[in-house]
Ligand binder design. Structure first.
Ligand SMILES: Nc1nc2c(c(=O)[nH]1)N[C@H]1C(S)=C(S)[C@@H](COP(=O)(O)OP(=O)(O)OC[C@H]3O[C@@H](n4cnc5c(=O)[nH]c(N)nc54)[C@H](O)[C@@H]3O)O[C@H]1N2
Ligand SMILES: Nc1nc2c(c(=O)[nH]1)N[C@H]1C(S)=C(S)[C@@H](COP(=O)(O)OP(=O)(O)OC[C@H]3O[C@@H](n4cnc5c(=O)[nH]c(N)nc54)[C@H](O)[C@@H]3O)O[C@H]1N2
Ligand code: SF4
Ligand SMILES: [Mo]
Length: 687
């Protein structure tokens, strides 16, 4: 057996350095790399078991073409040339009849370079419509950052902070975007204090200085409450505010109408805790806010993210070591060049979402608007889709709408490692090679200031091909072949070339990082129209945005749905992925809904009972877990559940326990098209 180094990937955004045992072209052992840049010896269960999926007997191994009606589960095995030719013919036929924009290129969570190669293919094909789940994942944080302070403020876990606020971020379970919790746990041992903003208790609750057990969906009000205390008590960094912010007086004036008691009433968090959290955050330097999905799975995310950046700014925690930083990228090829943005200069104007007035700089189409285009031709029809690394039937809000949209497409191709509810509705299914089976670069384009090497360690099964290779082949036959390569690895070399290294050298060094250059604004100002952090947005009128972070409308009370539904990601699965990996499934065999005993008692719901969860959109079943670690007015349901052991003709029981049967794509936030996934009125009862 040979031990090789690489980085974990495709079990979340990836990041942990791994040492992998390879024997006879098989991965036989995985352990954490104590020298890993982001993990220093940390590893999670998904990483430990990540090779199990490679050897699953039901893994897709051959391209499939649909026989019979869509979703009937009857397939013919076809060759790669036949599969690629069928995709080319179908997509070019749609392009000819309806224009290139009628073809959508869809990706879920970006898993590696395939995401950017897909955008390149779309640009070269001529379609502005890359659909992604970024409406509920990171784009709101990133784009709000660009407008407010000129960058995406990410936490710097490599330096010790005095205080870290975990705001709707369950980092010990999710380790999101390479913010690996191992580094935070080390800092906690050395004295970093934690403020937790979460309706549920997490693994760090008993290490937290204060736990703001918030009512879901009210994060904006809480952030405004903290701002109120800090401004009213003069706890802000007056020198920074004076020199580097725009609109402080406007913000202070707006805050004068609002009281901490008001914030307390809306959020369900005691006023004294709001004051303590505000004073702690403002008096710690450096302090960082690790912001999670909870803030951006809600229509009010723009205001919440604006309020949180205002907090970072006025407390002097922006772009200082240990705070929320503006990372400098390593000297690799810029994203715009790699994705060939030059081929589609009018993309921002032509994308589906432009019609809906989303915020400038949003570069992917929100799923809510993609489905409007497919189902209603608004603002123009979309007739075909190419999907990779995604399972929209489970992961987009309002699953029934997704099913209707997929059924309406003239053509759907899906690249997958396993037959999923979405793939089962495709016309062509391509068997993808996956992690360990091809060369890849991690964290490119994510804005954290580093990239990670993911060298190939074993060959994929006979007919499986990496998405990068598939897209390179499709590019050669559907667009000008001179923009593509004989060897798809050349796409990686293109990225690395400006840094003066090749992939083989990169794999030896493991990662490339930009220079640490804190407080860049001292030399260049902030990259906003005023050169300052815009507490009040100077471009608000031009773009039709609110200039100050505003309190959103309150949730309407409906006596039929007295409880509030939210969700948290499972530590052992990635979204809807890997329920079919036995070593993970044994750890969490069924979808579980967490209910407080005070709520469960009167409804005679006991631990392990099947529970119906209902919202105005639909009804699903999950197993009860009775726990006092959650607010009594909240239930937290599992998300992403389908049953690979179920009937393929019924899309593997995709409705039974699927959280997104309960969510709605309407009422979305205007800036990002974000639906409400967390904080939904619901009711529960025993089955
Ligand atoms: N209700 C609700 N909805 C949500 C969320 C939530 O918290 N609640 N979270 C949202 C978020 S943050 C995100 S990012 C999205 C995620 O949405 P998706 O990305 O659609 O979700 P996944 O389940 O990760 O789907 C990935 C699919 O890719 C396949 N796959 C894995 N590796 C490879 C590979 O190498 N190649 C190919 N071709 N396929 C591969 C997996 O088998 C899986 O079926 O969901 C969003 N939707
Ligand atoms: N194990 C695992 N890891 C993952 C993923 C996965 O599916 N599984 N997905 C990856 C992806 S794509 C992403 S984007 C990240 C997301 O990672 P996180 O940001 O950690 O996302 P979640 O687990 O959805 O939610 C985080 C926390 O928000 C809390 N919460 C729920 N509702 C609210 C609310 O209204 N307000 C507040 N303040 N808190 C609330 C939940 O209880 C939970 O503890 O994780 C990545 N890592
Ligand atoms: S935390 Fe993420 S990157 Fe690290 S081992 Fe787990 S899945 Fe892999
Ligand atoms: Mo995500």
């Amino acid at each position: 057996m040979q031990w090789r180094k690489t980085h974990c990937a495709r079990m979340d955004h990836g990041g942990c350095g791994l040492i992998v045992g390879v024997e006879k072209n098989r991965v036989v052992a995985i352990k954490a790399d104590p020298e890993g840049f982001l993990n220093r010896g940390y590893i999670c269960p998904k990483g430990l078991h990540s090779a199990d999926k490679l050897y699953h007997p039901r893994r897709l191994r051959v391209p499939l073409m649909r026989k019979g009606t869509r979703g009937e589960g009857v397939w013919e095995e076809i060759s790669w040339p036949a599969a690629l030719e069928a995709i080319k013919n179908s997509l070019l036929a749609v392009k000819e009849k309806h224009g290139a924009r009628a073809v959508a290129f869809c990706q879920g969570m970006p898993k590696g370079m395939e995401h950017f190669v897909l955008i390149r293919l779309a640009n070269l094909f001529g379609s502005p419509n890359v659909v992604a789940t970024q409406d509920v994942c990171h784009a709101p944080r990133e784009v709000t950052g660009l407008h407010t302070c000129g960058f995406y403020p990410v936490v710097d876990f490599h330096q010790q902070a005095k205080t870290v606020v975990l705001w709707g971020s369950n980092i010990t379970s999710t380790n999101e975007e390479g913010e690996i919790s191992g580094l935070l746990l080390e800092s906690i041992k050395k004295g970093t204090e934690i403020i937790l903003v979460d309706p549920r208790s997490t693994a760090l609750t008993n290490k937290a200085r204060c736990w703001l057990q918030i009512r879901p969906g009210t994060d904006c009000a809480l952030a405004l409450g903290l701002l109120k205390v800090i401004i009213e008590e003069g706890l802000y960094d007056a020198a920074f505010v004076e020199k580097w912010t725009h609109g402080f007086e406007d913000l202070a004036r707006y805050m004068a109408q609002f009281t901490v008691e008001h914030a307390s009433q809306i959020t369900g968090v005691e006023a004294r805790l709001i004051r303590d959290a505000a004073r702690t955050y403002a008096s710690s330097r450096p302090a960082a806010i690790q912001w999670g999905n909870a803030i951006e799975q809600h229509p009010s995310v723009f205001d919440t993210a604006r309020a949180l950046i205002c907090l970072m700014a006025i407390c002097g925690n922006l772009d200082i070591p240990g705070g929320n930083i503006w990372p400098e990228e390593p000297p690799v090829l810029g994203l715009g060049k790699f994705v060939r943005a030059d081929c589609l200069p009018t993309k921002a104007r032509d994308m589906i979402n432009a019609h809906h007035g989303t915020i400038p700089r949003l570069m992917t189409v929100p799923p809510a608007y993609f489905r409007k285009a497919v189902l209603h031709g608004i603002p123009y029809p979309v007739k075909a889709a190419y999907m990779q690394c995604t399972n929209p039937l489970m992961t987009y809000a309002q699953s029934n709408l997704t099913r209707d949209a997929i059924m309406r497409l003239d053509f759907l191709a899906v690249s997958e490692v396993f037959m999923t509810p979405t793939a089962s509705l495709a016309d062509i299914v391509l068997p993808a090679a996956t992690h360990f089976e091809f060369n890849d670069i991690g964290h490119y384009g994510l804005g954290h200031g580093y990239i990670l090497a993911r060298p190939k360690l074993v060959d994929p099964p006979d007919h499986c091909r990496s998405d990068i290779r598939i897209l390179n082949e499709l590019g050669k036959i559907m667009t000008d072949p001179k923009d593509w390569y004989d060897d798809p690895d050349m796409l990686l070399e293109e990225v690395l070339y400006p840094a003066g290294i090749n992939f083989s050298h990169f794999s030896e060094i493991g990662f490339l990082k930009g220079k640490d250059r804190p407080q860049k604004y001292l030399f260049s100002g902030f990259k906003t129209p005023t050169g300052k952090v815009e507490l009040a947005l100077s471009s608000a009128e031009k773009y039709g945005l609110q200039s100050l972070p505003r309190l959103p409308d309150l949730l309407e009370l409906d006596p039929r749905f007295p409880l509030i539904l939210t969700s948290a990601k499972s530590p052992v699965y990635l979204h809807s992925s890997y329920r079919w990996v036995e070593s993970l499934r044994t750890r969490e065999p069924e979808p579980v809904v967490e209910i407080n005993p005070e709520t469960a008692g009167p409804l005679t719901i006991a631990d392990g009972d099947d529970v119906l969860i209902e919202t105005k959109m639909g009804i699903i079943t999950q197993k009860a877990r009775i726990t006092d670690l959650i607010r009594p007015d909240v239930v937290c349901a599992a998300y992403g559940w389908w049953f690979p052991e179920g009937n393929p003709v019924e899309q593997f029981d995709w409705c039974r326990s699927n959280y997104n049967m309960l969510t709605s794509a309407s009422g979305e936030g205007k800036e990002f098209g974000t639906p409400c996934l967390k904080g939904i009125p619901c009711s529960i009862r025993k089955l």
